[in-house]
Design a protein around this ligand. Structure first.
Ligand SMILES: *Cc1c(COP(=O)(O)O)cnc(C)c1O
Length: 384
């Protein structure tokens, strides 16, 4: 028995690796000083992305967090403003409250429904109107796909209705227009699942932040898109946030390959995610379950229904190999044990995320391990 295990890393699509083509394009990239606007590869990535999204201009930024923060800073440029975001949104939960501590903007939360939407009735009630006691509602943000809701694709009908609510005459404070921003970290996954172009999904949005480094497999970077005026302001503020980068075409080159070569393959990630979901579902375990209907893209939430078990116990167990399982044949082709990495944090579920490098063989290994571990739980805690 070899001591080197086969590792299937399903913690996040951020662990995806640059492809061989990306590395080749990166090495060959023509570069310049991007702060001077002179990096042709960055300029190409920004223009290409803007065109794909049907927007006027784009800006390459180091991270999705910076893309979202810049959008908040530009849309909420006045002092005393507020942005409305989902209470399960990445902006609210996982960006350190940058809107408040760096941009001086108050975030107000709307309760996220399980499908990643929020109540539009509630939204209407929460928009402020011309009262000097209140902050100025300047921005509403939608996350697409919705990460903590399990990679849910926020429906087009909701987006259309949201835009109609926001753009109604008389909505907002004075004639200050309320902007719509999409945290589109995984918007290409949404487009793949819906079978429509990203430009349709983002039609009514003033700005979109798109991650190249998640399922798109690039090593780093996000692109923010919007009007020329919006991008010009964001470009200015990017420098203040320390995001002015120099010969960064070497990174933008990977982004171009991501758009060309990885986006068309996202459907495979979705299929494989469903395959893992089905395998767990078919076990009909009283301890660990999945809700098949909620599996829409590359994220799967595995629910822990056994009260004596936490998500972190489950993910820890998946990450170790014991002698019993190797004897039982839960191994790769060479007889090595299987390690599956999943995310758990303090959640009531473990999160599994698929991406470019997780191929059919890795999926088979992951399923083998999941079936074994869940099977052990079912022996320990049989259906009563
Ligand atoms: C990953 C992610 C971001 C941005 O994250 P960075 O790590 O800063 O690139 C923003 N929103 C969502 C929904 C994400 O999943």
């Amino acid at each position: 028995m070899t001591s080197i295990h086969s590792v299937v890393d399903l913690r996040s699509d951020t662990v995806s690796q640059p492809t061989d083509k990306m590395r080749a394009r990166m090495a060959a990239a023509v570069v310049g000083d991007d702060v001077y606007g002179e990096d042709p590869t960055v300029n190409e990535l920004e223009a290409r992305t803007a065109a794909i999204f049907g927007k006027e201009a784009g800006l390459f930024v180091p991270s999705g967090t910076m893309g979202n923060l810049l959008a908040i800073m530009v849309h909420c440029h006045r002092r005393g403003t507020e942005a409305l975001v989902g209470d399960l949104s990445h902006i609210f939960l996982y960006e350190q409250g940058g809107a408040s501590h760096l941009a001086g903007v108050q975030l107000a939360t709307l309760k996220n429904e399980q499908d990643g939407t929020f109540s539009l009735q509630e939204l209407r009630r929460r928009i402020r109107h011309n009262d000097c006691h209140e902050p100025i509602t300047s921005l509403v943000v939608v996350e697409q796909t919705h990460n903590i809701c399990g990679g849910k694709v926020v429906p087009l009908a909701f987006l259309d209705e949201l835009a109609a609510v926001i753009r109604q005459p008389g909505v907002g404070t004075g004639n200050a227009r309320i902007a719509l921003h999409m945290d589109g970290a995984r918007v290409f996954n949404a487009a793949t699942a819906l079978g429509v172009g990203v430009e349709r999904i983002c039609r009514d949005f003033d700005s979109v932040s798109i991650c190249l480094s998640k399922g798109l497999s690039a090593p780093v970077g996000s692109v923010l898109v919007g009007t020329k005026a919006f991008i010009s302001e964001a470009h200015r503020l990017r420098k203040a946030l320390g995001g002015g980068m120099r010969q960064v075409g070497v990174l933008a080159a990977a982004g171009l390959v991501a758009l060309d070569e990885v986006v068309p393959l996202l459907a495979k990630d979705h299929e494989r995610t469903k395959k893992i979901a089905n395998a767990i579902y078919e076990l009909k375990s009283p301890n660990i379950t999945v809700d098949l209907e909620t599996v829409q893209s590359n994220i799967l939430l595995v629910e822990i229904t056994q009260p004596k078990l936490t998500a972190s116990d489950f993910s820890t167990r998946l990450s170790i190999v014991d002698a019993g399982e190797v004897e039982a044949g839960v191994t790769d082709k060479k007889g090595a044990g299987i390690v599956v990495k999943a995310s758990a944090r303090d959640w009531a579920f473990a999160r599994v995320v698929l991406y470019h490098q997780v191929d059919d063989e890795q999926v088979e290994l992951a399923i083998r391990k999941l079936k074994y571990v869940i099977g052990q739980y079912d022996k320990q805690w049989p259906r009563s």
